[in-house]
Design a protein around this ligand. Structure first.
Ligand SMILES: Nc1ncnc2c1ncn2[C@@H]1O[C@H](COP(=O)(O)OP(=O)(O)OP(=O)(O)O)[C@@H](O)[C@H]1O
Length: 329
């Protein structure tokens, strides 16, 4: 278990400048077996918190405890065996292949000679396969794409076989299926290996779908903790992220453009047609309602889309024709 005990994180003052206190007196815990996802708007302190948890920068006040011991008091060699960190690095050691970079994760375990045993090599192979990077193993890391390099860095952390793994935006460069796969892998690892996993992301919708626990940092330096559903229900997510024309819809767990001003719309259509029609209507400023009456009614009878407004009906042979009419009725 990783415990934040009245933890204040930030940057000490220098040359007469006051200290920058990013988060103040935060109490929280990340349990082994849970995927804890750290979210928050830009600049609220996710990276600063993760670096502090990893022992890479000292707390301004308070403590980080790993299984009861202050991280600050754990020696570097022991800390390297117990905590793996994946930061958003673009600089990787030149001249290494993907496998060699991932194998650096074994260093805390290899002892003085640094020689890999068969078990070490098996751990590296497993880690590369787990992040779907086996095909990158022999490539020079400086030639990899951002997403490919991120996979190798994640493999390095997995190869380390730590008790806690802390990742700063590991999905940033990944395509959508790879994001879902990596988060799914992290959650599985947390459960199967009883790891503490704390991962920051800007991918809010994925975070809310997959996290066991969420830590939400707000612009005023608060840290809300809870399950995704708790934070949706108590309004913390809306309060943190609403703005710029977007509203968090707690029921669907996604951000939507605010309900339009053009009026209400009611859709009668089978299967996927209804949600897709409602989405197109929302995009054009209509507010879908589950029951009539509505200012606009839309039906699909298997052959055409029919829109009725003020007693006048229009038929459209395709969805594209209907959405075109929505834009310019
Ligand atoms: N070395 C530093 N010295 C002083 N302030 C810093 C330093 N690094 C970051 N900060 C400030 O600390 C605050 C938190 O930054 P941090 O990078 O932790 O935020 P973040 O939530 O990870 O942001 P993002 O979502 O944009 O990645 C910001 O206001 C930032 O300007």
């Amino acid at each position: 278990m990783l415990v934040l005990d009245a933890l204040t994180v930030g940057y000490p003052g220098r040359r007469g400048r006051a200290a920058r206190r990013v988060l103040e007196r935060v109490d929280a815990e990340a349990r082994a077996g849970d995927l804890t996802v750290l979210i928050g708007p830009n600049g609220t302190g996710k990276s600063t918190l993760l670096r502090t948890l990893a022992g890479l920068q000292p707390p301004l006040e308070g403590k980080v405890l790993l299984d009861g011991s202050p991280v600050a008091a754990i020696g570097p060699a022991e800390l390297a065996r117990r905590v793996a960190v994946v930061l958003t690095e673009r600089d990787v050691p030149a001249l290494l292949t993907g496998r060699e970079l991932a194998a650096l994760g074994r260093h805390p375990h290899t002892g003085f000679t640094g020689r890999l045993t068969a078990a070490d090599r098996a751990a590296v192979d497993w880690a590369l396969t787990a992040v779907d990077a086996a095909h990158l193993a022999e490539r020079p890391v400086t030639e990899l794409s951002d997403g490919e390099r991120q996979r190798i860095l994640t493999a390095r952390a997995l190869a380390q076989e730590p008790a806690a793994i802390l990742l700063d935006e590991p999905t940033a460069f990944l395509d959508v299926p790879s994001r879902v796969a990596l988060m799914g892998l992290l959650r599985r690892l947390a459960r199967e290996r009883s790891l503490v996993v704390v991962v920051s992301t800007h991918d809010l919708e994925l975070a809310l779908r997959i996290a066991d626990r969420v830590w939400l940092i707000t612009r005023d330096g608060g840290l809300h903790r809870g399950t995704p559903e708790e934070l949706a229900l108590n309004g913390a997510i809306s309060a943190a992220f609403d703005g710029g024309g977007l509203t968090f819809d707690a029921a669907s767990g996604v951000f939507v453009l605010p309900g339009g001003s053009r009026g209400t719309a009611h859709v009668t259509a089978p299967g996927l047609h209804r949600p897709l029609l409602e989405r197109a209507l929302s995009r054009e400023g209509w507010r879908p309602v589950p029951e009539p009456p509505a200012d606009l009614t839309v039906t699909w009878d298997g052959e055409a889309y029919e829109a009725t407004r003020n007693g006048t009906s229009h038929r459209f042979p395709t969805l594209a024709a209907f959405t075109g009419w929505l834009r310019r009725p």
